[in-house]
Design a protein around this ligand. Structure first.
Ligand code: UAG
Ligand code: ATP
Length: 523
């Protein structure tokens, strides 16, 4: 298992079932080659490039292609049968396929249910949690996993950064994988002895049936903000996608943060039992947070959390920053909802390992260097939150290394730069993933935003060489009581330039610069 590079490569042990048994509960309204439906099946996929002999290929009508166009490749690789819709069946019939073909109305949905069945519905023997929301999904996934340590020994999780089963980790490429891949992950988790699985669930996953066939023990909602409107067109459709997780088909109970109006609405409209959490607002809720403050001694955010029984717990957040109070509070409530004692959930959460690239302190115990933090903030709102948090903790200046992505929402560039100029003392402007855009032109837009707030560009440097240089200059220029924030890339392991993924990660770069920097006095 250790040599695996993607989650697609996970292969749980399965017992063969017949194709007919596999599709037993589907509404199959037409068959092709039904006499072959007794063939043995050991897996399911929706992708011709991720298939083993003996698996069933589900040919999905996609946004750009029909999966049936790729069936020839799947059959060549040994596909035992195909599930598709009428259009797919026509394409396959024309190609003279001789395997059994079951025709259904909605192959995406069918894919999820047969994927669960072929691996024996592993979700039923694990404690499962799903985390959704615009911001905080990844962080909360790690925090729920940690809080479940109060009742479980072996965790599994799956999200934007990585897939983990016990000590095994695989870098992720997506937030929520296709249904067959997710069910294989759950089966491997079960077979490797995991007690629970926490899964990050994107709105796309909900809309495209990727988590169908799993009834999560608990579903968690963090917040809803403007995002993904290219896919949903308006906030109402985006909200409805998220809300679909909070129905009996997908979850037994929900934990909903009611800090924003969408959470309040979700708590009212959900069709499963809901426990509410108010973290950064004074909304009425079952769990509520008070007295949030930074502890400069430990560079931690500390807060009080009152549970539904009225007991108040002191929590030292393992992830710095006010927004993470929201993430911690819902995580503790979620662990409690599936059986943990609240005190033990708090203790377990406080021991959470560092969440990769989320307010990650590179040198937490260092007195003679600036504290260096890597964070994934890449929106103006997220950047403003973390700059304010840094301000509360910094004995000296707040130093920021930042850039912004190419080929992505360019309308945020000026506001992002304005926030940076307003809330940081020293700015180092660099590149993120320019992709196919001209990196200098992206920086020029950021400089324009900075100039709107700081026309004289005091303490602003545009680094025209590379991101590594920006990180080096920022750390070497800072005093021991400054805080250096490096934002935008978080745990990303690459820098994408003109279709080429160059291996790059802010964390080891910052660590190396610190290692070779002279100790310095507090300024
Ligand atoms: C917009 C969107 O989500 N698209 C998804 C959609 O693609 P599609 O309908 O266009 O598929 P298609 O390319 O037309 O192909 C149709 C079928 O042929 C199959 N195929 C295709 C090519 C081939 O060689 N062989 C083959 O079998 C495909 O696997 C697919 O089943 O259905 C495919 C199969 O179900 C998904 O893989 C694909 O996700 C793509 C990869 C994607 O990048 N999605 C992003 C937007 C996404 O889901 N992101 C969220 C995170 C969002 C966030 O930031 O929060 C995520 O969960 O990762
Ligand atoms: N609860 C929250 N509310 C607002 N912002 C948050 C919250 N939690 C984290 N953030 C900010 O958003 C950034 C991304 O956090 P995280 O990766 O946990 O969220 P996500 O929902 O997984 O994001 P993405 O979908 O972009 O991967 C963090 O680095 C932080 O700056």
């Amino acid at each position: 298992m250790c040599a695996m590079t993607t989650i697609n490569e996970l292969r749980p042990r399965t017992s063969a079932i017949t194709f007919r048994e596999l599709v037993r509960d589907l509404d199959v309204h037409q068959w092709v080659n039904e006499d072959k439906a007794t063939c043995a099946v050991t897996g399911v996929t929706v992708s011709s490039s991720d298939i083993d002999a003996g698996w069933v290929f589900v040919a999905i009508p996609g946004y750009s292609h029909h999966g049936a166009e790729f069936a020839a490749g799947a059959l060549e690789a040994g596909a035992a049968g195909v599930i598709t819709d009428e259009k797919g069946a026509r394409i396959l019939r024309d190609s003279g396929a001789s395997v059994p073909i079951a025709v259904v109305d909605d192959p995406r949905q069918a894919a999820a249910f047969v994927s669960a069945r072929v691996v024996g519905n592993p979700d039923q023997s694990l404690t499962t949690a799903a985390v959704t929301g615009t911001n905080g999904k990844t962080t909360t996934t790690y925090l729920v996993s940690a809080a479940l340590g109060a009742i479980h020994d072996v965790p599994a999780l799956c999200g934007t950064v990585e897939t983990r089963i016990g000590d095994m980790t695989i870098l992720a490429t997506r937030t929520t994988n296709e249904a067959p891949v997710l069910h294989r992950f759950l089966a491997c988790a079960q077979q490797q002895g995991a007690d629970n699985a926490v899964i990050e669930v994107s709105s796309h996953a909900l809309s495209l049936n990727r988590v169908d066939g799993i009834v999560f023990d608990v579903a968690i909602f963090t917040n809803l903000q403007h995002d993904h409107l290219d896919f949903y067109h308006d906030m109402e459709h985006y909200f409805q996608a998220k809300a679909s997780l909070f129905t009996p088909e997908h979850a037994r109970r929900g934990i909903v943060c009611v800090d924003d109006e969408w959470g309040q609405r979700l708590a009212r409209e959900a069709t499963i039992p809901i426990t509410t959490v108010a973290a950064l607002s004074s909304q009425q809720a079952d769990w509520h947070v008070s007295d949030i403050h930074p502890d400069p001694q430990t560079a931690q955010t500390v807060f009080s959390l009152t549970d539904p029984a009225g007991h108040t717990h002191q929590v030292h957040s393992p992830v710095l920053g006010e927004v993470n109070v929201q993430n911690c509070a819902v995580a503790i409530a979620a662990a409690t909802a599936v059986g943990a004692d609240p005190d033990q959930a708090v203790t377990a959460l406080e021991r959470a390992p560092q969440v990769p690239g989320r307010m990650e302190k590179i040198n937490p115990d260092c007195d003679d260097q600036p504290l260096v933090i890597v964070d994934y903030a890449h929106t103006p709102e997220a950047l403003e939150w973390i700059l304010k948090d840094a301000r509360e903790l910094a004995g000296g200046r707040v130093v920021l290394v930042f850039g912004t992505d190419g080929d992505r929402d360019a309308s945020k560039r000026i506001p992002l730069a304005e926030v940076a100029a307003r809330h940081a003392d020293v700015l180092w402007v660099t590149d993120e993933n320019p992709r196919t855009e001209d990196a200098a032109a992206i920086r020029a837009e950021l400089m324009e935003g900075i100039r709107n707030v700081r026309p004289d560009l005091t303490n602003v440097t545009e680094v025209t060489t590379c991101r590594r240089d920006a990180v080096r200059c920022a750390i070497q220029d800072a005093s021991a009581n400054d805080i250096v924030l490096i934002t935008g890339k978080g745990a990303e392991w690459y820098q994408e330039i003109d279709h080429v993924y160059h291996r790059y990660n802010d964390v080891p770069v910052a660590r190396e610069v610190l290692e070779y920097s002279e100790p310095r006095k507090r300024g």
